[in-house]
Design a protein around this ligand. Structure first.
Ligand SMILES: Nc1nc2c(ncn2[C@@H]2O[C@H](COP(=O)(O)OP(=O)(O)OP(=O)(O)O)[C@@H](O)[C@H]2O)c(=O)[nH]1
Ligand SMILES: [Mg+2]
Length: 220
């Protein structure tokens, strides 16, 4: 039997990189910060954004891109608060691709914005590996998930420029060892800022907003 050549397909991330570079270039041209929020399903990303709106609106002009596998529910939550928001629906993919983000990003009124916050699809693994041309990835971890997550899913916590520990109001009811968690984070990403918040009771929200605004003070 004649030997048939096996076709090999790879380097899809190369195609992604082209779109990520387009976003980066446009961001730099328009002087817009883009933050990529990444965390498990239900860790409180959207509620954190809901509670951020009023405080952040007083300081800078921002829009939100909501990433989900299905539904426009998260975008509707922010739209109700008057936020400029679009919904990116991946139809099954576990992370946002740079191509999809680019499509929504170019439609934003970039000349009138200082910051775009992207809520990625709820997932601790895949979005961490995907460049979407962001200024920074921000890891979101709730105390309900357990303190071992940074050690078990280190890529996100290594690549992030900040970590938000959410739902701190639940600390009395869950066995989350904050000291062990912070120790692991230190091993993975020594000097990374860690912000502890409760979107429910409002504690830590000032620190969170200060952290966000610090990005618009740096080169974008
Ligand atoms: N107790 C408490 N509950 C919270 C807090 N933040 C969010 N929640 C609850 O956690 C659940 C999930 O919150 P979301 O904000 O939808 O989480 P998410 O990370 O956006 O979820 P996905 O978009 O599905 O990945 C909701 O029931 C919220 O009410 C908090 O600070 N404290
Ligand atoms: Mg959400």
């Amino acid at each position: 039997m004649a030997k048939r050549e096996i076709k090999v397909y790879s380097d899809l991330s190369g195609a992604n990189a082209v779109w990520a570079d387009k976003i980066r270039k446009l961001r730099e041209e328009k002087n817009v910060v883009m933050l990529n929020l990444i965390g498990s399903p239900g860790c409180g990303k959207t509620m954190l954004l809901e509670k951020t709106v009023e405080r952040l609106s007083a300081k800078l002009r921002f829009a939100v891109l909501e990433g989900d596998i299905e539904t426009t529910r998260d975008a509707e939550r922010l739209d109700k608060l008057g936020v400029l928001v679009s919904q990116l629906v991946t139809k099954g993919a576990c992370h946002l691709s740079a191509k999809l983000v680019h499509k929504a990003f170019v439609d934003l009124p970039l000349d009138e914005l200082d910051m775009v916050i992207v809520e990625n699809v709820g997932n601790l693994v895949c979005p961490a590996a995907m460049d979407i041309g962001e200024t920074a990835k921000i890891a979101v971890l709730s105390v309900a998930e357990g303190e071992d997550k940074p050690a078990k899913y280190p890529r996100l916590f290594r690549e992030a420029k900040g970590i938000v520990i959410t739902k701190t109001d639940l600390l009395p009811y869950v066995s989350f060892n904050m000291r062990a968690c912070l120790n692991d984070i230190k091993q993975i990403n020594g000097t990374i800022p860690v912000i502890k918040v409760s979107a429910k009771d409002g504690s830590g929200m000032e620190d969170w907003v200060k952290f966000l605004t610090s990005f618009s003070e740096k080169p974008r």
